[in-house]
Design a protein around this ligand. Structure first.
Ligand code: GDP
Length: 428
């Protein structure tokens, strides 16, 4: 049975949580493949809205097996807290939630180092979520990290934590930070790890077993392609591969097993944190895109609560993303937010260095200086109907989404016009 991957095509916050939840309905296994608690997926169920950072979105579906794959860096204290906060809202996770024994841990000193690094950048921080993600991936690349299999033996784990904590406190002090208190830090970390030990598993073997048995597997990407460490707006990116390639290396499933790549695209553009943003809108339009005038005002990051920077849809960036991911199914979200505009702008090229290009430049200095070339499309200026099919959308709304599909050379699967499970129009 084929495997599907789901990826964000912009700077994150595309609404992946809702689409992952939708696809998870038809998935037996849902796998988080990269990133850590810097992600924030919002799933709205009949019991309310839940923000997931590490737990795969499939957790709300009783029959779904959920895997935190080897590509993830998982903070044990955060994960234990997240599971606690979900108690009562999700079916029992024991026996169906697994943490890869090859995944790395985000340790308390990683968080401290992340905060210090951002503070050292002064007025020009990267804008990280300060969750310790980059320092954890740095330790992974340096081959000095803690992997979850290290936690199988509680005594050995505690001993090594004490040694590394003492070393890291020297570094933290040298950088002008405050050393982490030994007993408190180790007790909190080991307590969390003790509660999570039953979930540690060889997820490569587990996933291959499910794949061989014909189970439907969904690889759930986090963040977005423009935050990918190779293909995004480097250095204003995250520390992992957020693309479909990252779904392969982050799960252990082979590339050829992936039959569908679901690309999630918000119908306008937002980004959180610093970095280039060619189509960023002036304040008034940005406020409208952030949700003013609608009954939803939710362009605030799920992981940090920071307001998003908002702008027009950037199809240059989106096509770059569709290409590097090999998107086969496109999901366009938040169309309802555009209902308030007389006309809509979409960027189809950048004017730069005396010419025009529709390829995404690699150097952020070009992205900072370029001027978007816009197409203008008429708005529909009315609330979107509660419809099940894209064909039932107003003509101007249909034209808008069809232009996107045409430019990205990808088939549209769904158009989302509200956060709820039912507020989704399908193409077929
Ligand atoms: P992610 O970073 O891509 O996982 O983003 P989230 O899943 O956290 O989604 C961001 C916000 O968009 C959440 O508050 C969702 O409930 C909301 N959302 C998702 N789809 C839609 C939509 O079609 N319309 C509106 N208004 N909100 C949506």
């Amino acid at each position: 049975m084929p495997v599907s991957a789901l990826v964000g095509l912009q700077w994150g916050d595309e609404g992946k949580g809702k689409i992952a939840d939708l696809l998870a309905e038809k998935a037996d296994v849902v796998v988080r493949c990269q990133g850590g608690s810097n992600a924030g997926h919002t799933v709205v169920t009949d019991n309310g809205a839940f923000s997931l950072r590490l737990v795969p979105s499939g957790i709300f579906r009783e029959n779904a097996v959920c895997v935190i794959g080897n590509g993830v860096v998982a903070d044990p204290i955060h994960l234990a807290g997240e599971l606690k906060s979900l108690e009562g809202a999700i079916p029992d996770p024991s026996g169906r939630l697994f943490i890869s024994d090859r995944a790395h841990m985000v340790m308390p000193w990683h968080k401290a180092l992340d905060i210090l690094a951002e503070e050292h950048l002064g007025q020009k921080p990267i804008g990280t979520t300060r969750q310790g993600i980059a320092p954890a991936y740095m330790d992974k690349a340096k081959r000095s990290g803690f992997r979850w299999h290290h936690a199988r033996n509680a005594g050995e784990f505690r001993k090594r934590v004490l040694i590394i904590l003492a070393e890291m406190n020297i570094v933290i002090n040298a950088l002008g930070g405050t050393a982490l208190p030994e007993k408190e830090t180790v007790d909190a970390l080991c307590g969390a790890v003790d509660s999570l030990r039953p979930y540690i598993a060889d997820t490569v073997s587990l996933l291959h077993g499910h794949h061989r048995a014909g189970k439907r597997i969904l690889l759930e990407g986090a963040q977005g392609t423009m935050l990918d460490i190779d293909f995004g707006t480097y250095p204003f990116v995250t520390s992992s591969n957020t693309t479909s390639g990252g779904c392969v290396t982050g799960s252990g499933l082979p590339p050829a097993s992936i039959a569908e790549v679901h690309g999630i695209l918000k119908s306008f553009t937002t980004r959180v944190g610093a970095g280039p943003f060619p189509t960023e809108a002036p304040d008034a339009a940005a406020a409208l895109l952030r949700g003013a005038g609608t009954n939803r005002w939710d362009e605030f990051a799920a992981a940090t609560g920071r307001p998003h920077r908002c702008g027009w849809l950037d199809l240059v960036a989106a096509r770059h993303s569709a290409r590097v991911n090999g998107v086969t199914r496109l999901h366009i979200t938040k169309l309802d937010i555009l209902s308030q505009f007389d006309e809509l702008r979409i960027a189809v090229a950048y004017r730069m260095r005396g010419g025009e290009t529709s390829d995404l430049p690699s150097d952020i200095r070009d992205l900072d200086r370029c001027e978007p070339v816009y197409e203008t499309l008429p708005g529909w200026k009315k609330q979107l109907p509660a419809c099940k099919s894209v064909a039932e959308l107003p003509e101007a709304a249909r034209n808008y989404v069809e232009r996107i599909g045409e430019f990205l050379e990808a088939d549209i699967a769904t158009v989302s016009y509200g956060p709820g499970r039912g507020q989704t129009a399908f193409t077929a």
